[in-house]
Ligand binder design. Sequence first.
Ligand SMILES: [Fe+2]
Ligand SMILES: [Fe+2]
Length: 251
Amino acid sequence: MTVTLELFQNVEDTTVRKRVNLDNKEVQEYLDGKLQYILNHRSVQHPLLNYYCKNAFTKEQEKKFYLECYYYFQYEPFYITGMAMNTRDYKILREIILNVADEVGGDVPHSELFRQQINDLGISNEEIESYQCLPTTTAINQGAMKLYNEPPIEKNLGALFADESMSAVLASQFNQGLENQGYDRKVRKHWLMHLAVEVGHSNNAFNAIAPYVVDPKGRELFEEGINTYLELLEAYWDGVDAIVRGEAAGN
Ligand SMILES: [Fe+2]
Ligand SMILES: [Fe+2]
């Protein structure tokens, strides 16, 4: 499936966070424009991800691909929670808490569901623990921590908006890749669920930032967060592509 702007605008699932209605239509159009920019960005529509949707990986390629992802996503809910210390706005706090509650509020945290998915692919916990990830993977993990935790909040929310909107696309790409590889719904359940969850998370960021991007200064900081995140993401996927496809990378 293609992840479009409309998916974020028209949420029908009652368990998924909707956008707040904005009186200021100019702000809404501005944020829609930024969302569209993120959805189309090379880091989100990366050649490796487009390749993976339609082409099977070897077992070795698959292992590297998911182990790098594991180290990219690791500790993300902690970083998002840290963002709360850069604001005293309860509306922002609410969006952050709703976001993180999805990640850790269920019987099993999402990080554990992802680990189980990796285990289902035949990658053991020992292999996960002993894996040495790429410097570009460490860079996006540590970069996200900084982007979420160093003030101002507008920049934090720019990074979150980029991250969560991208994640909606990524859930769809991973689901397609795994399905193409022949994995059943049980293995894909983490991503099937996240198609909707990540739309809600992007809407969390949308709701939190809306009052702060009425003026050019707020927009500048917000965009700085978006762009820094997407730069880290592009370097991350280029790095993974180089070890997964090698010579063919970048095609
Ligand atoms: Fe999640
Ligand atoms: Fe998310």
